[in-house]
Write a protein that binds this ligand. Structure first.
Ligand code: GLA
Length: 518
């Protein structure tokens, strides 16, 4: 039985000391499924889910779910008598709750009426085995504020393989995408990063050098191909032993992999938490990301550093100091209105943390992937531009429709996203499903977005006073390029369901704030 340790002088504080030595909660310990055996643990550790519950100095319970090949995820633990409420903390604002009951020394997962999954405490022999199987810890650096690497002064723009191709990627597809970025005008509109996400990794050679898999025969040649076309190469890895799709991660090879990427000619590194939770706690994330950022800086090659840990541990507060140029603020986007809009409209309070060189990343674009209407994709772009979000296209660029290209390359919308002030927009009005956001732009201008998140057409109205703006501003519709004349009192527009209107307001007398070039 565990005993809480107590450093109080017992002779003086007998009563307090008695409290300190009281037995911990009987949930504390390591739990595995009832039917797991030491043999299964040894042979197929990836099959066994291990739940570790700890108790802090103040008596609070916390847990971690270890799924060896995938992840180690924090779990919040609340207990009332025999009933236990567990919630997997997957990403910012994304919890998966499940109920459990303590009965006869077993922890039974599942609400009454559901198929129950009984867990039992590990035996001392199994505990030793789990210990042996666990990756050995390497030291982490002392946390400090790294100097900015000077990159990404405006939000990165480019393409990533993940949203459309997942792990079905190869050298040829990347070259074809590069050609398509040039041919469609996306490159000239600013989409220059070509980011290979999960699925390129092979095995390490005898010297520990990470090799690409057979689908990527020559990374330096691929980098050259991109560079010759005015494009940049991005790559993906994880601080854990495995990436999220189960490929090799950089754990224990951080410096070596940074040098490899630099030697290949990589310009952008996405560092995805994935299985790092098997080794580290969320509280150690700043040191874990700093370690790779320092390794990248030490190569001398400029590489944009993209932090991906789903917005856990308030990353916006430490991401820049840890060397990040951008950090994901949410779980993964999906090509659906409900997922995209939930993610996008959840960003308001994070806006103060964005600025040149350091961006909130609400995840990559889904424009052109087919799961949303044109109106919804336009709202996706409007919202991402207002948020100063990275614009990383995620569709099969080789098969872009003219509509998709028009949505992605509208110069006035891109100019809002890329505004040099780098101040992200905020929600200023909300009336049911209708919202108005503003974003300060260079030259005393303001971007104003009117959103209708509802299911019926609606007029969205806002007075200049409500928006905190002076009277007498000239307005231009960013999407159409149409000048709307001088606004003295209020803005009003009919907005279709799931639609948006994006305006640029400028002090009267200024040149028009940008036309809607296609
Ligand atoms: C995680 C990330 C995604 C993508 C996949 C790859 O889910 O959040 O953006 O990189 O891993 O496996």
């Amino acid at each position: 039985m565990h005993r809480a340790r107590c450093a109080l002088p017992l002779a003086l504080f007998a009563a307090l000391a008695a409290a300190c030595t009281s037995a911990p909660d009987d949930l504390v310990g390591t739990w595995i499924p009832q039917d797991a055996t030491a043999e299964i643990l040894e042979r197929e550790p990836g099959r066994v889910r291990v739940l570790v519950i700890r108790q802090g100095a103040g008596g609070e319970l916390s847990g971690r779910l270890l799924i060896p090949t995938l992840a180690g995820m924090p779990i919040s633990v609340r207990r009332e008598g025999d009933r236990v409420q567990l919630a997997l903390q997957m990403a910012r604002g994304m919890e998966q709750p499940f109920a459990a009951t303590m009965r006869d020394g077993q922890l039974i997962i599942g609400s009454p009426g559901e198929a129950a999954a009984p867990l039992r405490r590990v035996s001392p022999e199994e505990a030793r085995l789990l210990d042996q199987l666990a990756p050995k810890r390497h030291p982490l650096p002392a946390v400090k504020a790294l100097p900015a690497n000077g990159l990404a002064r405006t939000p990165p723009m480019g393409f990533s393989t993940w949203n459309h191709f997942a792990t079905e990627i190869d050298d040829r597809t990347i070259r074809e995408i590069a050609d398509a970025l040039v041919a469609t005008g996306l490159r000239d509109a600013g989409y220059v990063h070509v980011n290979i996400d999960d699925g390129w990794q092979g095995a390490r050679d005898a010297s520990g050098e990470l090799r690409p898999n057979e689908k990527f025969p020559d990374m330096p040649a691929l980098a050259d191909y991109l560079h010759q076309r005015g494009l940049k190469l991005g790559i993906y890895t994880s601080p854990g032993p495995k990436s999220c799709a189960g490929f090799a991660g950089s754990y224990g090879h951080e410096e070596q992999d940074a040098r490899t990427f630099a030697a290949w000619g990589v310009d952008y590194v996405k560092y995805d938490w994935c299985s790092a939770g098997l080794i580290y706690d969320d509280a150690e994330m700043p040191a874990v990301y700093q370690k790779m950022a320092e390794a990248l800086l030490a190569t001398g090659r400029p590489m944009v550093f993209s932090i991906c840990q789903y917005g856990r541990a308030d990353v916006w507060k430490w991401g820049a100091a840890a060397g990040g140029n951008l950090w994901r603020t949410t779980g993964d986007i999906g090509d659906r209105w409900d997922v995209m809009s939930a993610i996008g409209f959840q960003q308001d309070e994070l806006s103060p943390f964005a600025g040149p060189g350091q961006w909130n990343d609400p995840d990559m674009l889904e424009v052109g992937n087919g799961g949303m209407s044109t109106t919804e994709y336009r709202t996706h772009m409007t919202l991402w531009a207002m948020l100063a979000a990275p614009l990383i296209a995620g569709h099969d660029v080789r098969r872009s429709s003219p509509e998709t290209i028009a949505l992605l390359t509208n110069r006035a919308v891109i100019a809002i996203d890329q505004d040099p002030l780098g101040r992200a927009g905020r929600r200023v009005l909300q009336r049911g499903p209708l919202e108005v956001w503003t974003r300060p732009l260079d030259g005393g201008r303001t971007a104003v977005a009117l959103f209708n998140r509802g299911e019926a057409p609606a007029e969205v109205v806002a007075s200049l006073a409500e928006l905190g703006l002076a009277r007498g501003l000239s307005a231009t519709d960013a999407w159409t390029g149409r000048s709307l004349g001088v606004i003295d009192e209020r803005i009003a527009a009919d907005v279709e369901p799931h639609g948006s209107v994006l305006l640029v307001l400028a002090p009267v007398g200024d040149a028009p704030s940008g036309s809607a070039g296609r």
